[in-house]
Design a binder for this molecule. Sequence first.
Ligand code: HSE
Length: 412
Amino acid sequence: MKIMPTNKIGILGFGCVGQGLYDVLQDNQQLEVARICVRDKNKERKLPASAFTFDAQELLQDESLVILTELISNPEEALVLIRQALEAGKTVVSANKKAVAENLPELIALQQKYGSRLLYEAAVCGSIPILRTLEAYYADEPMQEVSGILNGSSNYILTKLDTEGCSYEEALRQAQELGFAEADPTLDVAGHDALHKICIIAAHAFGVLVDVKEVLRFGIAGITAEDIDLAHKLGARIKLVASAKYNVVQQLEVQVLPTFVWPDNELYYVQHEFNGVVLEAKYAGSQFLKGRGAGSHPTGSAVWADVTAALKGYKYTYPKLKPVKTQLADDTIQIYLRLDGEKCIPNLRWQEVVSFGVSLNKVQLVGKIKRSELMQHQAYLEGCDGFVATLPSGVSLNAFVQKAIQHEQVTA
Ligand code: HSE
């Protein structure tokens, strides 16, 4: 005998994630989908017109819904809807990382004031249950570090460039076609999406509410075959890594940077749209979580996990939340920089620098520099398609350059 679902769910947005959730809900039959709110009245859809509404208020004001899922891509509109739902005391599940990351203090305050609930596992690392792990399992254990590959599209592009010699444009087009990329893919390739995710992680792992504007961020948009070749010569791969970790004087370092990784690093093996997260907990030690970080069903699965958890009463408690603003560390980092030869190298205050690939066409150098100094030149470097990547602190600049030059001499 078929049991009819008694709980009704509202879905705002029917893009890649909304459709993924819908498929999962159809398989499970535990919840009835009340209505799906979409914007475009002319788009052809796989469901009958009666399944849809164009008025979000129809869902927001429907008292019969036990849960509202916000899965639209526009972060400003998403924020307005989440705010309204939380003010009405509702339970909301969102996948919108930008809206959550940039407004977390307000969203936490609204939940406290109105007794409402907001869950957003699907906003971070697709199918990997990272927030639940940090919130529930590591609620009382201090974390030393959380870092990893948090953007599926960039990782997909890097994998295609690295293993198939695909062009950047072609790899990005595929990432868009496969439903991995954001509506505005600049969010993916310029590192904003990974930045939003690491800021959300920082709130749950360390109790620190990070202002996205204070974080050093570079993406992969300026990468060329030359950078990929260099990584090959060095026996490394370039990955977009977002990290938040305490330094030796217990200040939190947060950054999003393309990073040279070698085969001794778990992240080296995270390919295509997969994400990978390294956790370093005080007593448990190191752990590594890997899973699909983007795509319709993996992300739909994460929304579904939040929906069912919320129905059983689960909510975030932000167990480590610090009441005062945390000053982020401004340490020295090691970077590789490549610029088109016609562009001016900005006058950076290096603590140490070695240039090795200077020709009419390009300038390549490695050096040590403060995060804040690099941030000041971020807009210029991004504007002229420069490529910045970091080298782990254990890698010697001279050894890096020697290896790069040796190869040039052999192949010259
Ligand atoms: N555009 C995102 C990514 C989707 O590529 O990771 C999942 O958050």
